[in-house]
Design a protein around this ligand. Structure first.
Ligand code: NFE
Ligand code: MG
Length: 570
């Protein structure tokens, strides 16, 4: 007799996600992913000055901070054929890679780590053996027996006080945890260290964008005036601070994150469930030269279908047949509920007929999510670090290939092991390494360009709306930490006529489409064995491996939507 498990809300993510699964025996045989929150961004930017939109849409999220601003300014720049100076491109790249490194480390330790690391088991560890383990895998200095004893005492005090605090509400002692106590203690120590470390790397955003989260952006360049001898500008002291933060990040990734992921993966390498939809999409990003030159992208774009790495398809974000959003199973209204609309034709209008309190189960034959359903040529697509590495690998990116091949060799796993929950988490760590390795290079390029006498960060040519055509449309895209991100804009007489964002978590967390095809989260759960259905740790592990951000995915709202919110409160 099949049973239904509901996990709502799933925690240690951004926003509110509900997962329902059907269980037969101890295996998941069906799954529904539902975004249960809605918000308002796409409608409130209508009729505004396109040059201001980045400041609104950046507020979609504070976790993938800055990334919606970059998509937005690029959408306007694409519509107006507006070029940016070289320095602005370098600064945007430094911002993006900084974001990848910070966000991925936070995800690995703070949002995902405790799906693999058992805090309560860490209390049983021998600090001397933990020290020996840590020193056998890394030269990181915080590795003495005394240091690990102090960490253990700190956690023990928390546990004995009955106030687990940040460590509460987990499935400690669950049989799907596989690390020995010493590895668990090392993981807990690095969890605490990473909390402190992440605020340091964020200073790079503060230097170039004034603050973090939500640094300042600018259509036509960056709002980071450069004067190497100035007091209140990007000067040599600020550039040296950035260099120091990049070096610290490099050390942390090389000596903490990378040894940890390989050590942990080694204990879990038989658990290769969670593969998902078999199709992978990346728009491509981090242009070393110019966004108009995809050959210069650090992250190659493209599509891999059915896990076949021998062929990569190109994406055209402006082709209405390539990218479409369906709402057949989402609480939105289209004239034809079966239709898929390209974002330039996209609509944002709520049609809520979902469960009301007390909440009954979702119905997969009806609407069941506030997330729309994006598809590429009608197919569901996984996006994110794993997709980027699969596409980079298939495109022949040598550095990505070496990172993947070396890691898999150390783990004694075949390439096909990537198509799993563990592979997704491994790919994110490899991407952190790939990103941090390129940060120093962009910093050096920026400094060299400034020293050569170019301090321009803004191109004033098209700032004045009187120079714009009466109507224009554009798309701005980038790779965000969680995957491919794009914003589509239509401009009419200097104002925003329509605006649509399709974000990474929309791709991954999407409900079924008009054809009934399930989305990436849903597909990734099928056939997952649960050791203890009352504590679905394996389910959490798989969903968390995508690093869900429902705040990003459910960025839609209209006035009817606000009324719906009242319904929930009554
Ligand atoms: Ni709110 Fe985001 C990223 C975007 S959503 S985290 O990365 O866009 O997937
Ligand atoms: Mg949208």
């Amino acid at each position: 007799m099949p049973t239904r498990i509901v996990v709502d809300p799933i925690t240690r993510i951004e926003g509110h996600l509900r997962i329902e699964v059907v269980l037969e025996g101890n295996k998941i045989t069906d799954a529904l992913s539902s975004g249960t929150l809605f918000r308002g961004i796409e409608k409130i930017v209508e009729n505004r000055d396109p040059r201001d939109v980045w400041a609104f849409v950046q507020r979609i999220c504070g976790v993938c901070t800055h990334i919606h601003a970059i998509a937005s300014v690029r959408a306007v720049e694409d519509a107006l054929d507006y070029r940016i100076p070289k320095n602005a491109n370098y600064i945007r790249n430094i911002m993006t890679l900084t974001q990848f490194v910070q966000d991925h480390v936070i995800h690995f330790y703070h949002l995902h780590g405790f799906d693999w690391i058992d805090v309560v088991s860490a209390l049983k560890a021998d600090p001397a053996q933990t020290s020996a383990l840590a020193q056998s895998i890394s030269g990181w200095p915080l590795s003495s027996a005394g240091y690990f004893r102090d960490v253990q005492t700190k956690v023990k005090t928390l546990v004995e006080s009955g106030q687990l605090g940040i460590f509460a509400n987990a499935y400690w002692g669950h049989p799907a945890y596989r690390l020995p106590p010493e590895a668990n203690l090392m993981g807990v120590a690095h969890y605490l260290e990473a909390l402190n470390w992440q605020k340091e790397i964020a200073k790079v955003h503060a230097v170039f964008g004034g603050k973090n989260p939500h640094p300042n952006y600018l259509v036509g360049g960056m709002a980071s005036a450069i004067n190497i001898n100035g007091n209140n500008t990007i000067n040599i002291e600020r550039l040296n601070l950035v260099k120091t933060k990049i070096e610290e990040a490099q050390t942390f990734v090389d000596q903490v994150l990378m040894p940890d992921i390989l050590a942990i993966a080694n204990f879990y390498k038989k658990d290769l469930y969670g593969g998902g939809v078999r199709n992978y999409l990346a728009y491509g990003g981090v242009p070393t030269v110019d966004v108009r030159n995809p050959d210069s992208y650090l992250f190659p774009g493209g599509i891999v279908l059915d896990r076949d790495l021998s062929k990569v398809y190109d994406i055209d974000l402006k082709d209405p047949k390539h990218i479409q959003e369906f709402v057949t199973h989402s609480w939105y209204r289209y004239d034809d509920p079966q239709a898929g609309l390209h974002p330039w034709q996209g609509r944002t209008e709520a049609q809520y007929d979902g469960p009301k309190p007390p909440y009954e189960n979702l119905d997969e034959n009806k609407r069941y999510s506030w997330i729309k359903t994006p598809r590429w040529q009608g197919k569901p697509m996984e996006v994110g670090p794993l997709a980027r590495f699969i596409i980079g690998y298939a495109r022949g990116n040598q550095r990505m290939r070496t990172l993947v091949d070396d890691a898999l060799k150390k783990l004694d796993l075949p390439l096909s092991a990537l198509f799993s929950t563990l592979g997704r988490t491994l790919a994110r760590a490899l991407e952190t390494k790939y990103s941090v390795d390129h940060l120093a290079g962009f910093h050096a390029d920026l400094v060299a360009n400034i020293k050569a006498g170019d301090s321009a960060v803004f191109n004033p040519d098209k700032w004045d709306p009187s120079t714009w055509p009466a109507t224009a449309q554009g798309v701005g895209y980038c790779e965000a930490p969680r995957g491919a991100l794009a914003h589509w804009i239509k401009i009419n007489k200097g104002k925003v006529e329509s605006y649509q964002a399709v974000v990474p978590t929309t791709w991954n967390a999407s409900p079924r489409d008009a054809q009934g095809q399930i989305g990436p989260y849903e597909a990734s759960l099928l056939d997952t064995p649960l050791a203890n259905p009352d504590q679905p740790l394996e389910l959490l592990r798989t969903i968390h491996s995508f690093d869900p951000c429902l705040a990003c995915a459910t960025h839609l709202l209209n006035r009817e939507g606000e009324e719906m919110l009242n319904l929930r409160v009554i």
